[in-house]
Design a protein around this ligand. Structure first.
Ligand code: SF4
Ligand code: SF4
Ligand code: SF4
Ligand SMILES: [Zn+2]
Length: 432
C-alpha cells in the first residue's frame, strides 16, 4: 500500500492498481516510501467524481443526474444534500427524533460494512475503556466503537505498546502538513531551539504515522480506508515504529484515523524515538479529532511542548446536532480539550503549540459554522492559527461537490471577521 499525503490527505492505493486521486501518480513504486518530488502542489487535479466508484466500492447516490440529494424530512432537493445522510442542515439543526434516527441509520449502514459496532458498546458487565469520549463498556469477545480496542479475557487491550493497527512512511520536508505554514519545518518558527535553519528543512523528512482506527465516524472521512484494518489487520509494536525515526527524520506526525484510540502505542513510540535520538531535533506533532481523555491530552501536549511540535486539532462543526449527524459522536469533549490546551500556549509561544482546522463540507460546514468556531477560538487567543481545508467527495459523501472557491473565501472572511489573526485556506488547488 502506498499513501500520498501531499493533497487533501492520503490517497492510499495498492501498487500498480489504480492512480492516486490526482491522477499524477500511481502505485508503481511499490511498498511504503517517499513519494517522487514530481508530485507538485500546483499540479492539475482530475475531477473527483470520475473516481467515485472505486473510492468507496459503492455506487454514487441513487438520485442520479448531477447527484441531486433530497432531505427525507423537508424534501428539499439540492446538490449540497448528501443522499447517504438524507438530511439538510436546517433539519439537522432542528434536532428532532426523526433527524436523529435518519442520521443514526446512515452511520450504522456505513459501520456495518467494516464490522464496527454501530454505537459505543455499553454492556453492564463489560470491561471499560476511557481513552476517548465514547467510554465503551465492552463484553468479552467484542470490540469497542473504534474497533481496535477489544475485550478478550475480561480486560481491554489493543493499541498498546506491543501491537497497534498502524502504518508509517517518510514524507520529505517541507510537506503540506496542516501546520506547515507556521511550524519549524517550513520557515523561521522555532529557530534556533527546535530547528537549525530559518528556512525549509530540505533534505529532511517527516515520519508520518497513520493509526488505523478512529473514535469518530465522519461520513465525509477523507481517509476512510483505514477502517479495513481497525478490527483485524497487520499490527506493529511501538519499538518497530520508533526504529523508523532515522537520521533524516526531523518530526513525527501522529494522525490517522485518530491516534487517541491507540494512544499508549503512540506515546511509547514517541518517547522511545526521542530517547534514542537524544540531543537531536525530533519534534512530536499530532493531528486529532480531540476526543481523547484529559490524561492522554496532557501527555501528548508535554511531548509536543518539549520537542517543538504541535497539536493540530480538528474542529469539525460548531453545533452539536450537526457534529453528531456528520461525525456520529458529540463534539463536546473536543471543544473542552481545545480550550484546555489553549491555556498552555503561553508556556511556549513559538512555534505555536495549538493549531485548529476545519474541513469545509459543502452544504454542511459553511460560513456560519466557521464563524462560530472562529469566535470560540478568538475568545481563547486570536493568534491561534486556523486552517480551512478543502473537501473532496469521499466515502459516504462522494455525492457532494468539491469545496468551491466562493465557499472557501466566505469561510476565510468569516474567520477573519471573528477576530482571528492567522487564518489560511489549505489545499487551494483542490477548490472548484
Ligand atoms: S478508544 Fe474510545 S472508542 Fe475505542 S474502545 Fe476505548 S473508549 Fe471505545
Ligand atoms: S509534523 Fe509538525 S513539524 Fe513536521 S511538518 Fe507537520 S507541523 Fe511541521
Ligand atoms: S475524525 Fe478524521 S479520521 Fe476519524 S472518521 Fe473523522 S475524518 Fe475520518
Ligand atoms: Zn430538510
Amino acid at each position: 500500500m502506498i499513501i500520498c499525503r501531499r493533497q487533501v490527505r492520503q490517497c492510499r492505493v495498492q501498487p500498480a492498481v489504480v492512480p492516486f486521486l490526482c491522477g499524477l501518480l500511481n502505485g508503481d513504486s511499490g511498498g511504503l516510501g517517499i513519494l517522487p518530488e514530481s508530485h507538485g502542489r500546483g499540479a492539475p487535479v482530475l475531477p473527483w467524481r470520475r473516481m467515485a466508484t472505486w473510492r468507496t466500492g459503492t455506487q454514487p447516490n441513487a438520485a442520479g443526474g448531477d447527484d441531486m440529494g433530497e432531505c427525507t424530512i423537508c424534501h428539499r432537493q439540492s446538490p449540497h444534500i448528501s443522499q447517504t445522510l438524507g438530511l439538510c442542515t436546517g433539519c439537522i439543526l432542528a434536532d428532532t427524533p426523526q433527524a436523529h434516527a435518519q442520521a443514526a441509520g446512515a452511520h450504522a449502514r456505513a459501520r456495518r460494512r467494516f464490522h464496527l459496532p454501530t454505537d459505543p458498546p455499553d454492556a453492564r458487565e463489560g470491561a471499560g475503556c476511557r481513552q476517548c469520549i465514547n467510554a465503551c463498556k465492552i463484553n468479552t469477545g467484542q470490540v469497542g466503537y473504534c474497533g481496535v480496542r477489544r475485550n478478550d479475557d475480561g480486560q481491554v487491550s489493543g493499541g498498546d505498546a506491543q501491537a497497534a493497527a498502524v502504518q508509517w512512511y517518510h514524507d520529505p520536508l517541507p510537506t503540506n502538513c496542516v501546520a506547515d505554514w507556521v511550524c519549524p519545518a517550513s520557515g523561521p518558527a522555532g529557530h534556533p531551539d527546535f530547528t537549525d535553519t530559518t528556512g525549509p528543512e530540505h533534505r529532511y523528512a517527516n515520519l508520518a504515522v497513520f493509526y488505523e482506527a478512529c473514535s469518530f465516524d465522519c461520513l465525509f472521512c477523507q481517509n476512510w480506508h483505514f477502517k479495513q484494518h481497525s478490527v483485524a489487520g497487520p499490527r506493529h509494536s511501538a519499538a518497530e515504529l520508533a526504529a523508523a525515526a532515522d537520521s533524516s527524520t526531523r518530526c513525527i506526525c501522529f494522525f490517522g484515523g485518530d491516534p487517541s484510540c491507540q494512544i499508549e502505542h503512540a506515546l511509547a513510540a514517541a518517547r522511545r524515538a526521542r530517547q534514542e535520538r537524544q540531543g537531536r531535533i525530533l519534534r512530536i506533532c499530532w493531528e486529532t479529532n480531540g476526543s481523547m481523555s484529559r490524561s492522554a491530552l496532557k501527555q501528548m501536549g508535554e511531548l509536543s511542548l518539549e520537542s517543538g511540535g504541535c497539536i493540530k486539532l480538528d474542529l469539525k462543526a460548531w453545533n452539536e446536532p450537526l457534529h453528531r449527524a456528520l461525525c456520529g459522536v458529540t463534539n463536546r469533549r473536543t471543544f473542552r480539550n481545545f480550550e484546555y490546551l489553549s491555556g498552555w500556549i503561553s508556556r511556549r509561544p513559538d512555534p505555536p503549540l495549538l493549531i485548529a482546522s476545519t474541513l469545509l463540507v459543502p452544504g454542511y460546514v459553511e460560513a456560519e459554522q466557521v464563524s462560530r468556531i472562529a469566535r470560540f477560538i478568538a475568545r481563547l487567543d486570536p493568534s491561534i492559527p486556523y486552517a480551512l481545508l478543502g473537501f473532496h467527495p469521499a466515502f459516504e459523501m462522494c455525492d457532494l461537490p468539491t469545496t468551491s472557491r466562493q465557499h472557501a473565501v466566505e469561510c476565510l472572511e468569516a474567520a477573519r471577521a471573528a477576530g482571528l489573526h492567522r487564518v489560511r485556506i489549505g489545499n487551494v488547488h483542490l477548490l472548484a
